[in-house]
Design a binder for this molecule. Sequence first.
Ligand code: 5GP
Ligand code: ZN
Length: 116
Amino acid sequence: MSDPNCIFCKIAARQIPASFVHEDEDVLAFRDISPQAPTHIVIIPRVHLSGLNDLTPDLAPLMGKIGLVAKKLAADEGRVASGWRLVSNAGPDAGQTVFHLHFHLLGGRPMAGKMV
Ligand code: 5GP
Ligand code: ZN
């Protein structure tokens, strides 16, 4: 459920401080320490999963919940009209650096380098 060496598990356990913007029984969200846009929020499940490659069918409700948290936070940040992006990096080619499943909510500037 939790990995003692994982920085996001430590944030979830309040062992490392973070600027939280959402918390419920399953999902947490906090501001990225190195923001790449005016809004850059990291959304994580409480449970430790290394990334998208750990997803299993029973986690479908959790993924839906994360999507709804992202939508709420984008609205809270005033990014609905201007637009926003939700990204999860999985593995080396994607540049994943923290191996606890997370989604980057980005907004507040045009997203350069459109990939898809
Ligand atoms: P990844 O590169 O794995 O997709 O994203 C990891 C993200 O976590 C990076 O954007 C990085 O800035 C952020 N991050 C790493 N360590 C911390 C931390 O201790 N606190 C916060 N708030 N963000 C962190
Ligand atoms: Zn973790």
